[in-house]
Design a protein around this ligand. Structure first.
Ligand SMILES: Nc1nc2c(c(=O)[nH]1)N[C@H]1C(S)=C(S)[C@@H](COP(=O)(O)OP(=O)(O)OC[C@H]3O[C@@H](n4cnc5c(=O)[nH]c(N)nc54)[C@H](O)[C@@H]3O)O[C@H]1N2
Ligand SMILES: Nc1nc2c(c(=O)[nH]1)N[C@H]1C(S)=C(S)[C@@H](COP(=O)(O)OP(=O)(O)OC[C@H]3O[C@@H](n4cnc5c(=O)[nH]c(N)nc54)[C@H](O)[C@@H]3O)O[C@H]1N2
Ligand code: SF4
Ligand SMILES: [Mo]
Length: 742
């Protein structure tokens, strides 16, 4: 039997519509869904290649237990869970909740059951040791939003449908397909801006695929805060600031003006490499273009001052009169009844505020949305004392590759009393685990993308059933976590309450994530309000009547700001003390002449962080893991195309082949993350000439002093390094001959 089932892709944020071909119960093919009302037949190579991931011979289909000799053996679910639960209870009994931790990675956010399961488990456990990919990605955004709006859960997104000037800082949407922004077909949306007579300007140290398609303004890595301060300085100085918008929306513009005053474009040029004329032109364009939006992403998040940079991004939008207006930087919303009150109440009950959470044992760093900086996770494991981490669950994550100092993480993992992985691959982190529990892939579970509802440029709903039954003995994450939680029922009031709910709900299908997702669909805009709104949506109806998804509204609504700001005065706080404190810290930075280059990352179209390098379709053409250098910098160290270079930071050293390109600012070297494979992967481990590539995060620091202190973000871009030739690519005799004395 052959079926064609509409669903959606959950690898990255556009959530493109997909049609899965299922033959005799097997997923055999994925193709873009032409009937999807937003993605309209678009999918990228990763989305299509996911069929290979799903059917990968290296996929883990049965629980695996590590033998004493380091090899894996298949065990039954019963056997695995019995032992894991017993050890979990023992560790909890002997060392308490603070000895148990969880790292959950990026794909976790794309599974409703996974998000709810981990959040619930850790909340009920009461351990502070929750780690996520967020401290390598986006936690500074939550903190900045909490400071500006009193609400960590909101983020402005650029209204690409209607803007006439899109300024993209530190993002490469043509490759990444957009982030903290759900906008399928984003490349077309950007071309649409130009077709309307508008502009797209990309501010980035590299002439990226997006910059090539539009305009490029190079900026030195990790200096965006200076550039943004100068934009503010010019707007205030030249009377371009939108005083009406400021009066209506903000508090503290005068303080901000005073802070920005010294940062004239002339004063910041030495830092940023952007000329005063370019800064002034941009400030004027932002203030005078009716519909303009500044959007910043990962390049503005993982430097040394991510929170400040993010605060300034929103401040620039606001001061230019571009916040919360059509064609500007806008806010999505779930449209829940009493959303403001409910969020306030929620934040009071579960105090997620960065200053209301316990700080980390190591480094005294803040927790963001209840998660600690992953950069210090290894030290939390390795450092004895009260609250030492002894048992770790890792689900949908690969910290050995994605976090700073993977060597230290590997060393730490080997000292744990218990490490359990929930994944469908044995990745580099899971190689150290006691158990790997087989997870379903996205197409084997029902889903509803909770975190992206308010980040969608086109407010949109889609829920999917599982399109195929789990392969082997795979289980969805919620089921696994729920069983662990159930075993803990006597240990905390939270686990006890959950057990009561579990038992009460048993006749109705038990405790399932659908209870929450159905409620969300019903209560959000377009929902049936549990019967109060006739013809509205519920989860079942969404799945059955709108298998390709349903557009709620073609555009975002302007004027949402008052509904989402939780500060008592309903104003955006431009006078938050972090502005001044972080500007002072910026000024205290100094350069080490031993490391003259700046290392940045880059994403590639056919990679997804560390986990899609085992798919043959994505590795076609003998893909290699390469560093990029400007020919001028290469010449300075005598490096030529294809040479292996040694790149060293104060924290580590790697070797990688280099390719030369003028698409980089001189002084900058770019290396993609997500490589350095030595997992249970036949293809990934042997990609890049048999090496599996190299882990660039071995160059990143896990010293708490190098973690951004306001948000706990790891420092992953603009990292000072030096480079030298390790092995020349040129055939040795030829090179010798060329250098022989005449
Ligand atoms: N193909 C593909 N798509 C992906 C992913 C993937 O691995 N592959 N990953 C997904 C994930 S997890 C995320 S979070 C998103 C990220 O989405 P994006 O933020 O769009 O990701 P990047 O392509 O890394 O773009 C970051 C850009 O910042 C630039 N940059 C680095 N440092 C600086 C700086 O200091 N200042 C400025 N102005 N720019 C800087 C880099 O040169 C790069 O072009 O992508 C998602 N989509
Ligand atoms: N130098 C540098 N480092 C970076 C970044 C950078 O730009 N530069 N980017 C950072 C960013 S933005 C991110 S998001 C992180 C990502 O970091 P992580 O989230 O820690 O790692 P991933 O590489 O995404 O690994 C995801 C794992 O989840 C598994 N997986 C996939 N789907 C599922 C599923 O449905 N269920 C389960 N249980 N498992 C699944 C995969 O097999 C893989 O093993 O990397 C960060 N690291
Ligand atoms: S851009 Fe590609 S990987 Fe991302 S959701 Fe769409 S098809 Fe999936
Ligand atoms: Mo990410």
């Amino acid at each position: 039997m052959r079926e064609e089932l509409p669903t959606y892709c959950r690898i990255c944020e556009p959530l493109c519509g997909m049609v899965a071909t299922v033959e005799d119960g097997k997923l055999t093919q994925l193709r873009p869904d032409k009937e999807h009302p937003v993605s309209k037949g678009f999918a990228c190579p990763k989305g299509i290649a996911f069929a290979e991931v799903h059917n990968d011979p290296d996929r883990v289909l049965h629980p695996q237990r590590k033998r004493a000799d380091g090899t894996w053996e298949r065990v039954s679910w019963d056997e695995a869970m019995r032992d894991i639960k017993a050890r979990l209870l023992k560790i909890h009994g002997e060392h308490g909740a603070q000895s148990i931790g969880w790292y959950y990675g990026n794909p976790g956010a794309f599974s409703a059951g996974h998000v709810l399961g981990v959040a619930g488990f850790m909340l009920m456990l009461g351990s502070r040791h929750l780690y996520t990919a967020g401290s390598q990605d986006v936690n500074q955004r939550f903190v900045a939003s909490e400071m500006l709006y009193g609400n960590p859960a909101v983020a402005p997104i650029p209204d690409l449908h209607r803007t006439d000037l899109a300024v993209i800082i530190g993002a490469n949407p043509v490759v990444s397909h957009g982030s903290v922004l759900t906008a399928p077909r984003i490349k077309e949306l950007l071309h649409g801006v130009v077709e309307r007579g508008g502009r797209v300007l990309v501010i980035d140290p590299r002439r990226t695929e997006t910059a090539r398609a539009f305009e490029w303004l190079p900026v030195r890595p990790d200096t965006d805060a200076y550039l943004l301060l100068s934009l503010l300085q010019v707007m205030f100085e030249e009377g371009l600031a939108d005083t009406a918008a400021i009066a209506a929306q903000a508090r503290g513009a005068e303080q901000l003006r005073a802070l920005a005053a010294p940062y004239t474009p002339e004063a910041t040029e030495a830092q940023t490499g952007v000329t005063p004329q370019e800064v002034r032109d941009l400030a004027r364009a932002l203030a005078t273009t009716e519909r303009a939006a500044v959007y910043g992403r990962i390049g503005t998040s993982i430097g040394t001052a991510g929170t400040l940079t993010t605060l300034l991004l929103d401040a620039v939008n606001l001061v230019a009169g571009n916040l919360d207006v059509e064609g500007g930087s806008m806010f999505g919303s779930m449209g829940l009844p009493l959303e403001r009150l409910a969020t306030k109440l929620g934040l009071a009950l579960v105090p997620l505020g960065h200053d209301r959470q316990p700080r980390s044992r190591i480094g005294n760093l803040p927790s963001i949305l209840a998660s600690q900086p992953a950069a210090i996770m290894a030290k939390e494991i390795l450092t004895p004392g009260k609250g030492q981490l002894r048992a770790l669950f890792v689900s949908a994550g690969n910290p050995v590759i994605s976090c700073p100092n993977g060597d230290e993480i590997e060393e730490a993992l080997d000292t744990l009393d218990l490490q359990v992985a929930i994944d469908f691959y044995v990745n580099e982190t899971h190689q150290h685990a006691d158990y790997v529990l087989p997870a379903t892939t996205m197409y084997e579970r029902s889903d509803y993308p909770i975190p992206f509802q308010a980040l969608s440029l086109t407010p949109f709903r889609q829920a999917t059933p599982a399109v195929v039954a789990p392969a082997g003995e795979a289980r969805d994450e919620f089921t696994i976590i729920d069983e662990l939680a159930s075993a803990m029922w006597r240990r905390t009031p939270g686990f006890f309450a959950a057990e009561l709910a579990r038992r009460a709900l048993k006749p109705f299908g038990g405790l399932r994530p659908e209870l929450a997702t159905d409620a969300l669909v019903r209560l959000s805009t377009g929902g049936d309000l549990f019967g109060l709104r006739r013809g509205g949506l519920n989860l079942k109806k969404l799945v059955h009547d709108f298998p390709h998804g349903k557009v709620i509204s073609p555009y975002l609504r302007a004027g949402a700001l008052r509904g989402i700001v939780l500060h008592g005065d309903r104003k955006v706080h431009l006078d938050h003390p972090t502005f001044a404190a972080e500007i002072a810290r910026l000024e205290a930075r100094s350069d080490d002449p031993a490391f003259p280059l700046r290392l940045i990352g880059m994403r590639e179209l056919r990679s997804e962080n560390s986990w899609m390098h085992n798919a043959p379709l994505l590795l076609r053409g003998g893909r290699r893991h390469l560093a990029r250098m400007h020919p001028q910098d290469a010449a300075a160290i005598g490096a030529e195309e294809g040479d292996r270079i040694k790149v060293a930071s104060k924290s580590g050293e790697i070797e990688i082949a280099v390719t030369l390109t003028e698409d980089l600012m001189p002084g900058v070297i770019a290396i993609p993350h997500g490589w350095g494979h030595k997992g249970g992967w036949q293809k990934a481990n042997t990609a890049d000439d048999g090496t599996g590539g190299v882990n660039v995060n071995l160059l990143m620091s896990s010293d708490p002093a190098d973690v951004e202190p306001v948000s706990g973000m790891a420092h992953l871009t603009g990292v000072p390094v030096r480079a030298e030739v390790a092995t020349s690519a040129a055939p040795a005799p030829a090179r010798e001959a060329a250098t022989l004395p005449a």
